[in-house]
Design a protein around this ligand. Structure first.
Ligand SMILES: *Cc1c(COP(=O)(O)O)cnc(C)c1O
Length: 457
């Protein structure tokens, strides 16, 4: 026992040292992937080693290839940081090694999912009767929500897709926005609905799905409309109320990919962006983005628990069910999995309603501040309306200059941000999603981008 205590105490120290690194520690360093493999690799060990030595060597050898996504100066993709309470609770989840697939395996993991379900629905303004599954992320949540929708729209025309599959089934029209996220395409592939056979509803200049012609595109048969809250480039949200009204009028199922944008509902100042979102049928969102829990963590939410359960449930004679218990496997594509609700519960408990709202609002304010600082540069053009935590910034008039600025910022490693190509135009892509990011970090980041603009001129 003493050995385990020494091991875990030392590990906590290593973790705290990582988090307490000086603020100017590089966010990332150029590293040769093969060198990392070489130092971490070598032949399969012949036999056992001391666990403490294993952990010490991991901490030492992993360091050069770690990207500090949770230290406040990472502005790439949409990467949340880690709230202290969520981190600590996640350690306990691993320590307890609970499997939330079935209530009998862990009454506590089941109870935490039940509690988080209620809290999340309230926080995000979604129907209180909806079901929630704890997934790896929005990708798996998109698969699950679309599976529920696929099953339900076919059931309404007398086809049981879960039993009989899609061969010979009535066709399902899948309408997607022009600027849907790539994970919607993969979800449709996995569900046998095809990435290419979708019907595309055009988007406006901010990437929001338009409504004109939507009714005709949906048609009169079984149909699913995939809407989006939080365009991964611009942060824009589809006009949820209008889209849902048209879609429901046509009898279609509305699935919302709201990986980060759904969290706008938690901030009183941003809630209008997702007005009407509670009217949809299923939603996908992430915990590891804006809620700042560790990877991996996402949620699928479904207004019809029956459709949700039909699509996901599984049974076997040896899998015991408990009356009144929550069996997590009914709501996700997985059977056994990590007890993600430990970290989610701790995040929600430590922030509370106003804390989550403030986190969302602060990230949006800091994004606007970042853009204002960059806009002082004559070479800079801001390409989107900065409504949430995403901004697109172009330097000069050719793609090469913008790419050179990004490369210089990444090379220096003081902060990290990436690039994107939207409608054929390359830009720097800025996302503020980490609770640890301060106004000072944004000032450092803006100064760093301006330095890169100067040296690439
Ligand atoms: C990030 C994102 C996803 C995918 O989420 P994962 O957490 O990577 O599974 C889906 N849709 C949107 C809009 C996103 O921003």
């Amino acid at each position: 026992m003493d050995e385990i205590r020494t091991l875990l105490t030392r590990t906590a120290e290593l973790a705290a040292d990582h988090l307490a690194a000086p603020v100017d520690t590089p966010v990332s360093r150029p590293v040769d992937p093969a060198a990392l493999v070489a130092v971490l690799g070598g032949p399969l060990p012949d036999g056992p080693s001391d666990p403490l030595a294993v952990v010490e060597s991991l901490a030492r050898d992993a360091a050069p290839g770690l990207v500090r996504t949770n230290a406040g100066r990472y502005f790439g993709f949409v990467e949340g940081g880690v709230l202290p309470a969520a981190l600590a609770a996640d350690w306990l989840a691993s320590t307890y090694d609970q499997n939330p697939g079935f209530a009998v395996l862990s009454p506590t993991a089941a109870a935490l999912e039940t509690v988080c379900q209620g809290w999340l629905l309230e926080l995000l303004g979604l129907p209180s009767h909806a079901s929630v599954g704890f997934t790896t992320g929005a990708q798996a949540a998109n698969v699950t929500g679309l599976a529920a929708g696929r099953g339900e729209v076919l059931r309404r025309v007398g086809w049981d897709v879960d039993a009989d599959g899609l061969f010979g089934a009535p066709p399902v029209t899948v309408v997607v926005g022009e600027e849907r996220h790539a994970t919607i395409g993969r979800a449709l592939r996995l569900l046998g609905m095809g990435e290419r056979r979708v019907v595309v509803q055009p988007a406006d200049d901010q990437g929001r799905m338009t409504v004109a012609g939507l009714r005709e595109r949906i048609g009169d048969g079984p149909a699913i409309v995939c809407a989006q809250a939080g365009n991964v480039n611009t942060g824009a949200c589809d006009p949820m109320r209008a889209v849902t009204e048209v879609a429901h009028d046509a009898g279609a199922w509305v699935h919302v990919d709201g990986a980060f944008g759904l969290w706008a509902a938690a901030s009183p100042d941003h809630r209008d962006l997702v007005d009407g979102i509670g009217l949809a049928d299923s939603w996908a969102t992430d915990g590891h983005k804006w809620l700042n829990v560790p990877y991996d963590s996402g949620f699928v939410i479904c207004a019809s628990p029956e459709a949700h359960r039909r699509a996901m449930t599984l049974s076997a004679s040896y899998l015991a069910r408990q009356d009144g218990g929550r069996d997590g496997t009914d709501w996700t594509p997985e059977s056994s999995r990590r007890a993600r609700a430990f970290a989610v519960w701790a995040a929600l408990r430590s922030l509370g309603r106003t804390g989550v709202g403030d986190l969302v609002a602060r990230c949006c304010t800091l994004t606007a501040r970042f853009v204002d600082l960059l806009a002082e540069e004559p070479a800079v053009t801001v390409l989107n309306d900065v409504v949430l935590n995403q901004a697109l910034v172009r330097v000069g008039d050719d793609d090469a200059r913008t790419l050179a600025v990004a490369a210089e910022v990444q090379r220096a490693g003081v902060v990290w941000l990436g690039t994107t190509v939207r409608r054929g135009v390359t830009s720097l892509r800025i996302s503020v999603s980490d609770h640890a990011t301060t106004e000072g970090d944004v000032e450092v980041a803006a100064a760093e981008v301006r330095r890169a603009i100067a040296v690439t001129a």
